[in-house]
Design a protein around this ligand. Structure first.
Ligand code: P1T
Length: 388
């Protein structure tokens, strides 16, 4: 089956009790048992729930994986992956990851004797150099949040495999529609389903997909033991959003390409980051491992924080807010919002400067989006000129 068919049907059958076409919201915490130890496959909703199970099967199918696990948030999925580790293990992490991922690794999990080295995951040699005898996991985000840098999933996974290192790819920015890391050799895929998968900014969720039986059993055990599972209503919302992912992803990417081109032509813009631009240093890698370039565009404004703040205040459609991947266009100021927990010196060294803004380009009419930006840039232009 092709992607858009799987998004609508995988893991989902008409309800056997009623024939309902849409997966019911099984709003129950527990299930009746026929006799002691005899039941219909469901006992307690932290362990299994039919609505969650449908979502997990659908997610696995879209990532070309055998197993899917759903979580209450992207961070719950990320922290579940840490259960593949133990004290004394070492993890290599791409330095340009979501600020919350950095915070979990550098400020929470480090307290449990797991060591993290943050490196430039664009460079295979840097990864090679940082492998130690106790390195157990390579954690990459590609494209990265917020600088849209790419990591070569195939090359890095192969290197990791040679050292028995588990490769985890956070595929949130690309979504399974544009990139399937398991097909490129990764062992585990993580998603914040809050973003493109849910797609409507109305639910928080996370997911893990893998083909590996041992990894799955370990994660399944911890999903139940730790308990960061989503409720049935949230699973329903993610499942419902997922059905239109292929349509939305194409529309996001089309608009993002135009917005990126628009930004490249603005004299107040110093730099634009979008993998779909030929000016992106890894455009060829993007074409090789992705089927499209996604809806996220970041850029640096001349004029630092003040310019960034002025632009955010003068758009009407683009809204200043955390998160991404919903149908509406959002702006984020990474250095004070998503990456506020990264120490300032590391942030600046990585390029997350005060003039950096990140657009989650929505699927509104492109003419309206460009008009909104044109107006905001002309206000910014006037303001900067007056200052000079
Ligand atoms: O917010 P949550 O569902 O827990 O997902 C965490 C997460 C994981 N991975 C990536 C790549 C992410 O971007 C996120 C969350 N990001 C934002 C909230 C943001 O605005 O970037």
């Amino acid at each position: 089956m092709k992607f858009s068919t799987k998004a609508i049907h995988a893991g989902q059958e008409p309800d056997p009790a009623t024939g309902a076409i849409m997966t019911p919201i099984y709003q129950t915490s527990t299930f009746a048992q026929e006799s002691i130890g005899v039941h219909k496959g469901f006992e307690y909703a932290r362990t299994h729930n039919p609505t969650r199970q449908a979502l997990e099967k659908c997610l696995a199918s879209l990532e070309n994986g055998k197993y899917g696990l759903a979580f209450a948030s992207g961070m719950a999925a990320t922290s579940c992956c840490a259960n593949l580790l133990k004290a004394g293990d070492h993890v290599i992490v791409g330095e340009d990851v979501y600020g919350g991922t950095y915070r979990l690794f550098a400020k929470v999990l480090n307290k449990y004797g797991i060591e993290f080295t943050f490196i430039d995951s664009r460079d295979l040699n840097v990864v090679k150099k940082n492998i130690r005898p106790n390195t157990k996991m390579l954690w990459i985000e590609t494209p990265t949040n917020p600088l849209l840098r790419l990591a070569d999933i195939k090359a890095l996974s192969l290197e990791a495999k040679n050292h028995k290192i588990i490769t985890v790819v956070d595929n949130t920015f690309a979504s399974p529609y544009f990139q399937n890391p398991l097909d490129l050799g990764a062992d585990v895929v993580v998603h914040s389903t809050t973003k493109y998968i849910g797609g409507h900014s109305d639910v928080v969720g996370g997911a893990i997909v893998t083909n590996d039986d041992v990894i799955y059993e370990t994660l399944l055990f911890h999903q139940n033991a730790v308990g960061g599972v989503p409720g049935p209503m949230d699973c329903f919302l993610v499942l419902r959003g997922l059905k239109t992912l292929s349509l939305r992803a194409n529309a996001h990417a089309k608009n993002a390409q135009e917005v990126a081109r628009f930004l490249e032509n603005q004299k107040l813009v110093e730099k634009v980051y979008y993998p779909g631009l030929t000016s992106h240093p890894q455009h060829d890698l993007a074409k090789a491992q992705m089927r499209g370039f996604g809806g996220m565009v970041s850029f640096v404004l001349k004029g630092g924080f003040e310019a960034a703040n002025t632009l955010c205040q003068n758009t009407k459609i683009f809204t200043l807010a955390e998160s991404l991947g919903g149908i509406e266009s959002l702006i984020c100021h990474p250095s004070s919002m998503t990456h506020g927990s990264v120490p300032e010196s590391d942030r600046i060294e990585r390029g997350i400067v005060d003039g950096l803004l990140r657009f989650s380009v929505g699927i509104e009419d492109i003419d309206d989006l460009l008009e909104d930006l044109t107006t905001a840039f002309s206000v910014l232009d006037k303001k900067l000129k007056i200052k000079v």
